[in-house]
Ligand binder design. Structure first.
Ligand code: KIV
Length: 298
């Protein structure tokens, strides 16, 4: 059966039908394959890979080359889902040319779109990428690449003035040609306020239900994140980490007890050959290192 790839037009049609888009992160081939087979609409190859995949303290430590490895794996898996590549810190901020080159590398590696953080202050970069023919998703609210300025992973847009600032940023992104905006960690009312005032698609992660689709980090929903961050907006659907740890413990127990491998895990050969090899084992083996050249000094 042929699988239809999700496009920007598919996403717009979902919104027109008042249907929510399903959006998850993935960073590797197997996870992206399972998400794609499950029918998710969009996969974000997030710079959260820094923490979820590389054990780094924040997203500020991951670079373009590392992101490209994850992007290529996910793009190979995504037969249906729309793939968004997350531009890492300093891969788009310095200049329009840097932004176009970084985004272009992501598209060449198989992304359908790129995402970058910030509103008015990155609008010029967004316009440059859009003018180069690249679909761009903006990212507002809690923007982890600006964590130093935000003073921590805090909820954003908690009062009317802050909601209006978010709206001005969203409008700047819309004018710059972004096809969508992701709102992270904002109250549901603020997300609704922004979404009702812009024409582009608005997705949310920790932004309540009044948006065009939901994003969750796959490690948070699968239960295999190794670290202390546990956002309240996540619902856990599996305990993959606990299952994996239990499997490794049971394997270790079996190896140490000599019950793995069992006969069913061994290759069979002809009985006559087996008898000959067994008989040969009775002949004393030469001492290790006694062969020609071994250990010899010229
Ligand atoms: O990198 C990422 O996964 C993200 C989401 C947290 C929005 O940017």
């Amino acid at each position: 059966m042929s699988v239809r790839k999700v496009t920007v037009a598919t996403l717009a049609a979902l919104k027109a039908r008042n249907e929510k888009a399903v959006f998850v992160t993935a960073y590797d081939y197997p996870t992206a394959t399972f998400a794609d087979r499950a029918g998710v609409d969009m996969i974000l190859v997030g710079d959260s890979a820094a923490m979820t995949m590389l054990g780094l303290p924040s997203t500020l430590q991951i670079g373009l080359d590392e992101m490209l490895v994850f992007i290529k794996a996910v793009a190979r898996a995504a037969k249906h889902a729309f793939v968004v590549g997350d531009l890492p810190f300093l891969s788009y901020q310095p200049s329009d040319e840097t932004a176009i080159r970084s985004a272009g590398a992501f598209i060449a590696a198989g992304c359908d779109a790129v995402k970058c953080e910030g509103g008015s202050r990155v609008a010029r970069r967004v316009r440059a990428m859009v003018d180069a023919g690249i679909a761009v998703m903006g990212h507002l609210g809690l923007t982890p690449q600006s964590i130093g300025q935000l003073g921590g992973y805090r909820v954003q847009g908690k009062c009317l003035a802050a909601a209006e600032r978010l709206l001005r940023d969203a409008e700047a992104l819309e004018r710059a040609g972004a096809f969508a905006i992701l709102l992270e960690a904002v109250p549901a009312e603020t997300a609704a306020f922004v979404r009702e005032r812009v024409g582009v698609l608005v997705y949310g992660i920790g932004a309540g239900p009044h948006v065009d689709g939901q994003l969750v980090i796959s490690h948070d929903l699968l239960g295999n994140f190794v670290g202390d961050i546990a956002p309240r907006f996540v619902k856990r659907y599996a305990e993959v980490g606990a299952h994996v740890e239990r499997a490794f413990s049971e394997y270790a127990r079996d190896v140490r007890a000599g019950v793995f491998p069992g006969p069913e895990h061994c290759y069979e050969i002809d009985a006559a050959d087996e008898a000959l090899i067994r008989a040969a084992r009775q002949t004393p083996a030469p001492a290790v290192g006694a062969g020609a050249g071994a250990g010899a000094t010229p």
